[in-house]
Design a binder for this molecule. Structure first.
Ligand SMILES: NC(=O)c1ccc[n+]([C@@H]2O[C@H](COP(=O)([O-])OP(=O)(O)OC[C@H]3O[C@@H](n4cnc5c(N)ncnc54)[C@H](OP(=O)(O)O)[C@@H]3O)[C@@H](O)[C@H]2O)c1
Length: 238
């Protein structure tokens, strides 16, 4: 199994429910963490809870072309390499097509599809140089099974899955692993902005979702977990 101790790990979406729990678990396992999120004060709080100094986090809006250049610069001035990229940044807009605005559609694509692309564009070259690395994306089960009212979200997550499959083909002769984590409902701040009747107490906890990512960071050295599905007992879509 791969070890976490001493690994250089970037977590995008570290201010979120899943990302912040993951950060704390990986910090406790001895990783060299670098965190990013949009909300600067929340990011500083999460970084402090992981005992990181000011060089190991950087706030930016990943949906905006150009902002990732600053993240890359700050990351590589803190650390010499990147072993693992965990992308837990994302938004959920769950609306029927007649309620969904063009702006919401585009923002969803920019956050859930463009941002993962831009992160890979910034950090894959270093992994290619090392000929080794691990990328974990979180498409969610709506990136595998569509749901009514999720046209924008599913488009972004299906796009993410397609993009990752293509990049996996591109790099299959390297030791860079690509893992898609398909999560069902996770009780996190994600649902605070979604106008839908859901049973949050029946969802997976953010802490359990984070433990799954922690486990994925330690996948077998001779193989790859290309995908993993974790969904609540009472709502199994797959
Ligand atoms: N919760 C679920 O039920 C569920 C299920 C399946 C898949 N997922 C996926 O899992 C991932 C994490 O979800 P979560 O539950 O942890 O959600 P969350 O608590 O809402 O956290 C989302 C994270 O994404 C960041 N983010 C959003 N827009 C961003 C932007 N433009 N630039 C940079 N960062 C941005 C947020 O940063 P700020 O807070 O700093 O703005 C936050 O760190 C998402 O990709 C989501 O689609 C979630």
């Amino acid at each position: 199994m791969e070890t976490i101790k001493g690994k250089y790990i970037l977590i995008a979406g570290a201010t979120g429910g899943i990302g912040s729990e993951t950060a704390r678990l990986l910090a406790a396992s001895g990783a060299h963490l670098f965190l990013t999120g949009r909300n600067a004060s929340k990011l500083a709080e999460v970084a402090a809870s992981c005992k990181l100094d000011g060089n190991a986090f950087h706030a930016c809006d990943l949906s905006k072309p150009g902002e990732i250049a600053g993240l890359k610069e700050k990351y590589f001035s803190a650390y010499p390499a990147i072993d693992t990229l965990i992308n837990t940044a994302g938004i959920g807009v769950i609306k029927t097509t007649d309620q969904l605005s063009e702006e919401e559609f585009l923002t969803t694509l920019m956050t859930n599809l463009y941002a993962p692309y831009a992160l890979l564009r910034a950090f894959l070259p270093a992994m290619k140089e090392q000929k080794k690395g691990l990328v974990i994306q979180v498409p969610g089960v709506l990136g595998k099974v569509p749901m009514a009212g999720a046209a924008a979200y599913s488009a972004s997550k299906y796009g993410l899955v397609g993009m990752m499959q293509s990049i996996r083909e591109e790099l299959k002769r390297t030791e860079i692993r690509f893992t898609n984590l398909f999560l069902g409902g996770v009780d996190s701040t994600f649902w605070d902005h979604i106008d839908l009747r859901v049973q949050r107490d029946k969802m997976i906890t953010a802490a359990e979702a984070a433990k799954t990512i922690w486990y994925l960071c330690q996948q077998p050295q001779s193989g790859v977990i290309s995908e993993l599905v974790l969904q609540p007992f009472n709502h199994q879509a797959i």
